[in-house]
Ligand binder design. Structure first.
Ligand SMILES: Nc1ncnc2c1ncn2[C@@H]1O[C@H](COP(=O)(O)OP(=O)(O)O)[C@@H](O)[C@H]1O
Ligand SMILES: O=P(O)(O)OC[C@H](O)CO
Length: 495
């Protein structure tokens, strides 16, 4: 008899992946495709939703076929905040997807801030007024794309983050829904009430008819059309990729923290039933909602992590493969005073400086390509340290370990440097694709394969622990160099 499997779709910023998992939670097959990034203007980032759909269908079919098992349920996880608006009749997007990294609404955010809206935004949504989140991007499409506002007001259009768009397409246009974790990133959602917020909709002039229904993370989201996998398959799980990683890393207890290193880096700290408000630039967000009960997280969001390594490869041509950065960094005695501040799309938490742009500082004739590669890896660890310090300052974090995952976590040199900078054990699981695993677990729970978080925690396996091995003085001196580089890169000039 065919084995039962769960299929996870992981729609990331640079690639779309489908993975199959056994009922033991172990990954079996992975099919991955990179897709085109569009940069129409400085600071703008777009995706073609049809590329995303095409790769989703192709990878899910290939993964299921390569596996050969019987797909019991599908889970979807996705790059968050990215906005798609489509026609309810034809399913056609009215514009390219505006990606979470896109800064085009920086001015609008500054204006809304100057008008005194930020305290209410923070109180209701847990977020701040930064172009990162979906709300102002949705407003841009309504205001700038000809005819769209009128069509929206006539109820002809639907808005969604990537999860919603894929759900709509996978169900043949039958279901327009999202999950609480994705909704909590839109700037439109009251994270305390668990409902769309009328004041936010008014502030951004967004017709409510555009919005999807918001559901638990593990529930019946509908069935796929029969043509995709030969028969309809239930979609049982949906979560933003960072929240799915919280589930995949089994961070179910208050105080558990994970950090995912993909395109960006996102640290999420489970704060249980309490929605902790940060005074230090962190976000308050929904980690997951199960059986109607919300668990919150404090989040630190860094916009560029693995993307800096990708730039070394694709922009500079300095490396052939991302993994080359490991040996280049290992062979140097130190960083030679070279720092990279990867503010390619501004700086996220805790600085929130959308107008900053990247820099490399401290270059001398002794600097080599390896110093630049190392500076890229180091910058991601320094940024994580800034987040952890902010969480400590918020009184929200003790000195427990942090679990890491995502593509960059495969790099041993980086993980060790991270442990040194955080002065905390860095724990890497056997499966670093925890995002897809989280989506599979949520889907599997919905169809009774796993009963709840305890079953999921039992499948989590450690690969390696990286223990801090640097003196306090060495750490402080590196962090000072980093702080100096950040100050030089800031768009806010010191008086
Ligand atoms: N060994 C490595 N060392 C450093 N960076 C790496 C390594 N392997 C992958 N990366 C980086 O990690 C990112 C890929 O991670 P992934 O989790 O697939 O990202 P995403 O889901 O955002 O597409 C890429 O940006 C790549 O540059
Ligand atoms: O593409 P990733 O994995 O870096 O994730 C993107 C985040 O969801 C953006 O908030």
């Amino acid at each position: 008899m065919n084995e039962t499997i769960i299929l996870a779709i992981d729609q990331g910023t640079t690639s779309t992946r489908s993975m199959t998992f056994g009922t033991d939670g172990v990954p079996r097959q992975t099919v991955r495709r990179e897709f085109a990034q569009h940069y129409p203007q400085s600071g703008w980032v777009e995706h073609d939703p049809e590329d995303i759909w095409r790769d989703t269908v192709a990878t899910l079919k290939e993964a299921a076929e390569a596996d050969g098992g019987t797909v019991a349920a599908i889970g979807i996880t996705n790059q968050r905040e990215t906005v798609v608006v489509w026609d309810r009749k034809t399913g056609k997007p009215v514009h390219n997807a505006i990606v979470w990294q896109d800064r085009r609404t920086a001015k609008l955010c500054a204006q809304l801030k100057a008008d005194g809206n930020e305290p209410l935004v923070r109180e209701r949504t847990g977020l701040i007024l930064d172009p990162y989140f979906s709300g102002t991007k949705l407003k841009w499409i309504l205001d700038e794309v000809e005819g769209v506002r009128a069509r929206a007001e006539r109820g002809e259009l639907a808005f969604g983050t990537i999860d919603s768009f894929l759900l709509w397409r996978l169900t043949g246009g039958k279901v327009h829904a999202t999950d609480a974790s994705n909704a909590s990133r839109t700037l439109l959602f009251d994270i305390h009430k668990g409902a769309w917020d009328q004041d936010m909709l008014r502030m951004l002039d967004i017709p409510e008819s555009l919005l999807p229904e918001v559901k638990d993370n593990s529930t019946n989201f509908g069935e796929t059309t029969a043509d995709l996998l030969g028969k309809p398959v239930p979609i049982g799980g949906m979560a933003g990729d960072q929240q799915a990683a919280v589930v995949g890393q089994a961070c179910f207890q208050r105080g558990d923290a994970k950090s995912t290193y993909g395109t960006g880096c996102f640290v999420l700290l489970n704060t249980g039933e309490e929605a902790v408000t940060s005074k230090n630039g962190m976000l308050t967000t929904i980690a997951y909602q199960l059986d109607g009960k919300i668990t919150y997280a404090l989040e630190g969001s860094i916009f560029v992590a693995g993307a800096a390594v990708k730039w070394l490869r694709d922009g500079l041509g300095l490396i052939n493969r991302a993994a080359d950065t490991h040996d280049m960094s290992t062979k140097l005695d130190g960083n030679g005073g070279v720092y990279m501040v990867p503010a390619f799309v501004g700086l996220g938490a805790p600085h929130w400086d959308p107008d900053a742009r990247a820099s490399i500082t401290g270059l001398t004739f002794a600097a080599t390509g390896s110093h630049i590669a190392r500076a890229a890896l180091e910058s991601v660890a320094y940024q994580t340290a800034d987040l952890m310090n902010a969480m400590v300052a918020d009184g929200a974090r003790d000195a427990r370990q942090i679990r890491v995952d995502g593509g960059m976590a495969a790099n041993d040199w980086f993980c060790q440097f991270l442990a040194d900078m955080l002065d905390t054990d860095v724990v890497r699981p056997a499966n670093i694709e925890t995002t897809a695993a989280g989506a599979a677990f949520l889907a599997g729970m919905a169809v009774g394969i796993w009963n709840g978080p305890d079953d999921i925690a039992a499948t989590w396996k450690e690969d390696r622990i990286f223990t801090p091995a640097m003196t306090r003085d060495a750490r402080s001196s590196l962090m000072e160099g980093w702080q100096d580089a950040v100050d030089r890169t800031s768009s806010r000039k010191k008086p």
